[in-house]
Write a protein that binds this ligand. Structure first.
Ligand code: CU
Length: 69
């Protein structure tokens, strides 16, 4: 398992946090997601043999948030 911290812009409320969490949790290979709303961070634990940083970041951006890469 690998853990990556993503810096995400545009999350303003609990609804945003839930949207990001639900989207990432639905991805195959993602094991745990923790959203730190106040800090604009999303911490993702995943299986690097199944999914990578780019696909996780793309999924966050696909629902309207921006990832600092
Ligand atoms: Cu929101």
């Amino acid at each position: 398992m690998r853990i990556t911290v993503f810096r995400v812009e545009g999350m303003h409320c609990e609804g945003c946090a839930h949207a990001v969490k639900n989207t990432l949790t639905s991805l195959q290979g993602v094991e745990r997601v923790m959203v730190m709303l106040g800090e604009g961070k999303v911490i993702v634990a995943y299986n690097p043999e199944m999914i990578g940083v780019e696909r996780i970041a793309d999924a966050i951006e696909a629902i309207g948030y921006r990832v600092k890469r």
